[in-house]
Design a protein around this ligand. Structure first.
Ligand code: SAH
Ligand code: SF4
Ligand code: F3S
Length: 475
């Protein structure tokens, strides 16, 4: 399995891997040992497309040497390119989209008998909750709370490849988290393209209907008892998930600034399990560009939301996504982005050069394109601002004791362990003793770097407890 793209795709891969294992396959060490290769693709930027076709080119020789090898391509790029994939790479056996991950093994079986197959469907009826999942980590789990996106940001291809927004039923989500907690999972990340609109479709569906127990399952008790507005239920969901016994950390990504609500800030402030980390995508600091992007907020509005969050949640870490070189972005527009970034003091930022995506509104504005060299220069300047504020944020942690969840040995240095703080900062500390991944420890921060912290172990506060536990039911 190779996964490209976002956490949503990573989680889909966990489902595809779960299905393949149920079908009797095991994880292979490398492509050379594999009988089946699945590429779960992304198309958010053009380099994601290029990466995939490059990878498929590399796999051609392998397929020639071993014709029994099956190659499947799924995910967002498959949803976008459909038949083009097998036209460009005829050695691909199966192409499936974002709405039929549950069909992966059936399609592989079908291709074995009757040759290459492409199956893309337009819309999901619902999220494939019943699929088995093979998770990478035992202590942390992603939970998809909604699929698709109802926004229409001018640069973004996600709505066309992930479909319209569909929220998963409230009680289904809570019981999924309960099940995860029973297996020893202590950290949950709720996933959606616009998590703050979670439940909007569910509550609209219930308008004018009787509020039965069934409704309660769909939208949660609070909504059924409270004022029956079509208000999103995200903050309620945060609280319910955090209340599940055994869950120690709750994260979520991504909220959209236009829908980021006071209730969510209040829940983050009040509920200790919800980590003090907010990933709030800014995209641009220029009102002109934000409007052309159809983001639905101004830079001032964005800053106000950050100020409100910082007022209520002391010690909040803030990260963001920013695009440079959106069509029509002038030097002045870009200066605004730098100013907002410096004012807000991001702890981290994912920065992207705008990439035109076929079928999106912004891709039509060829005459307004920003030259590649200009975008590259702007990116460099933006990166410097982000690195400065990020280092400052990290420096402010030196001398403090932080709770970390241990992830394992550091990738670069086997003598060090790595863990994540509640802010999602990476901390490396000497591995003086054996600590199982998933354990919680207090670490004193001794040094700050731009992208991570160095520290020393104070004590282990909770040992990892993931093992399959059989719940005992008393009679
Ligand atoms: N739903 C999330 C974003 C998902 S895409 C949200 O609205 O916040 C993740 C990030 O990719 C976006 O925040 C944006 O910064 C970047 N991105 C999306 N489309 C892009 C494009 N065409 N070119 C460059 N970056 C893009
Ligand atoms: Fe794309 Fe905008 Fe939806 Fe995010 S909110 S997925 S950027 S359309
Ligand atoms: Fe994610 Fe890429 Fe699809 S960012 S939603 S995998 S286009």
């Amino acid at each position: 399995m190779r996964t490209y793209g976002c956490q949503m795709n990573e989680h889909d891969s966990e489902r595809i891997a779960g299905l393949l294992e149920t079908d009797g396959l095991e994880e292979a060490e490398s492509f050379d040992d594999a009988d089946v290769i699945v590429l779960n693709t992304c198309c958010i930027r053009e380099n994601a497309d290029n990466k995939l076709y490059g990878q498929l080119g590399n796999l051609k020789k392998l397929k020639e040497e071993r014709p029994d090898l099956q190659i499947a391509v799924g995910g967002c790029l498959a949803q976008k390119d459909r038949d083009v994939i097998q036209e460009r790479a005829p050695h691909v056996d199966v192409v499936f989209g974002t709405h039929n991950v549950g069909r992966a093994t059936d399609l592989l079986d079908q291709a074995r008998v009757s040759g290459p197959v492409t199956e893309i469907i337009e819309e999901s009826a619902s999220f494939p909750s019943a699929l088995p999942v093979k998770r990478d980590a035992n202590h942390a789990a992603w939970v998809t709370i909604q699929i698709g996106c109802d926004n229409s940001c001018a640069f973004c291809i996600v709505p066309s490849v992930r479909g319209k927004e569909i929220s998963r039923p409230y009680s289904e989500l809570v019981s999924e988290v309960e099940q995860l907690a029973l297996t020893g999972v202590t950290e949950i990340t709720l996933l959606g393209q616009n998590v703050n609109s979670y439940g909007r479709d569910l509550t609209l569906k219930l308008r004018g209907t009787e509020l039965t127990a069934e409704a309660c399952q769909l939208v949660g008790e609070n909504w059924v008892r409270g004022p029956h507005t079509a208000r999103p239920l995200f903050s309620d969901l945060l609280c319910s998930v955090a209340a599940v016994s055994g869950i120690r950390r709750v994260r979520y990504t991504s909220p959209h600034p236009k829908d980021f609500r006071p209730e969510t800030i209040a829940a983050m402030a009040r509920v200790p399990e919800v980590c003090e980390h907010l990933h709030l995508p800014l995209q641009s600091g220029s009102d002109k560009i934000l409007s052309a992007m159809h983001r639905g907020y101004t830079a001032d509005r964005y800053i106000q939301k950050v100020v409100a969050a910082r007022d209520e949640i002391p010690d909040l870490a803030l990260s963001t996504d920013i695009i440079v070189g959106f069509p029509g972005e002038t030097d002045l527009d870009f200066e605004r982005t730098l100013e907002v970034a410096a004012e807000v003091r991001f702890d981290n930022a994912y920065t992207f050069v705008y990439s035109p995506r076929p079928g999106t509104e912004a891709a039509e504005s060829l005459e307004q394109a920003v030259p590649a060299k200009t975008s590259a220069d702007r990116m460099e300047r933006l990166r410097k601002v982000i690195e400065r504020t990020s280092l400052k944020g990290n420096e402010s942690r030196v001398g403090r004791e932080e709770e970390v969840i241990v992830e394992g040995h550091s990738k670069r240095d086997n003598g060090m362990l790595s863990g994540r703080t509640r802010h999602n900062r990476l901390v490396h500390f000497p591995a003086d003793r054996v600590i199982r991944p998933g354990s919680y420890a207090q670490v004193r921060v001794t040094e700050a770097r731009t992208f991570n912290l160095i520290g020393e172990l104070v004590e282990v506060t909770a040992k990892a407890k993931h093992r399959t536990r059989i719940p005992v039911v008393s009679s």
